[in-house]
Design a protein around this ligand. Sequence first.
Ligand code: AHG
Ligand code: MN
Ligand code: MN
Ligand code: MN
Length: 337
Amino acid sequence: MTQQITVTEHLLLHQKQIPGATGQFTHLFNELILSAKIISREVNKAGLVDVLGFTGEINVQGEEVKKLDEYANRILIHRMARSGVLCAMASEENADIIEIPHGLPQGGYIIIFDPLDGSSNIDVNVNIGTIFSIHRRKSKIGTPVQATDVLQAGDEQVAAGYILYGSSTMLVFTTGDGVHGFTLDPGVGEFLLSHPNIKVPDTGKIYSVNEGYWPFWSEATKKVVNYFKSTDNIHGKPYSLRYIGSLVADFHRNLIYGGVFMYPADHRDPAKPKGKLRLMCEAAPMAMLIEQAGGKATDGNQRIMEIEPDDLHQRVPLFIGSRHEVDTISAIYKEHN
Ligand code: AHG
Ligand code: MN
Ligand code: MN
Ligand code: MN
């Protein structure tokens, strides 16, 4: 542990440097931190209480909802709605924009979240996470929130991050001033600064992709993955394959060690012409983090951060990680276009 600085202290120091900062943002973050602690507590004792398994519901993504997906979603919606600084929310688990209930104070921010990422790993005690993306509203406070307030490009995020429920619980976020990682000390119940100013190595030795979908990939995607498996690459030997199946956990490992995470388009039945991951609650926040850490994120042709969303739940192919690996991928797709 480098310094015993809590995440709240870190935010206060940081906020002082932002002209015109009103403290709303710090307030928003404090609610988020509390939600994260509550979810972390529940995840930690998941095997002991009846929170494993499915709810029986199918969400807007067409996926079976796990009890912990729903729990995390409920906690976040409940707490964040009462933060008094939001005008709307959106979640992977809700079809529409979530409005702040009438009578509660509102503010100028919007939060979009994936309440629990890595659902398929919940029941087997493997790392899962929460992802968040924060925007400032564009329309005037006091007027009804517009779809355009929520459907903003990644480049307009004011903050993004994730909580990783791993062997320890970590909060990693950026407010556009580098990427900082905090580890939850369960003894004192505080997130303490453990990874200041994280930088992703310019090249790494890990590739992460669900290679089981190989038969359903385009020739360009097969060429991309072959680059990492062959000896004909920057390292002169195959990369190591690491794939957990929780974006947060796969991303976090590659952020620290260097490497690339990929979720390309495929034509399995039903076909996934834009891959599986969601632009607004998964790809865009991770893209802000990786760029702030010195890495890159693309859909194969375009920076993830530039994509203007037209649907809350739109999906996007994702290639994210160290510069060298993402540049190589972009070059291969360019050749094939
Ligand atoms: P979620 O659990 O929030 O629906 O997200 C699951 C995502 C992501 O975490 C992971 O990278 C990906 O699904 C894994 O998908 P495959 O099982 O198709 O590899
Ligand atoms: Mn899901
Ligand atoms: Mn997810
Ligand atoms: Mn999820």
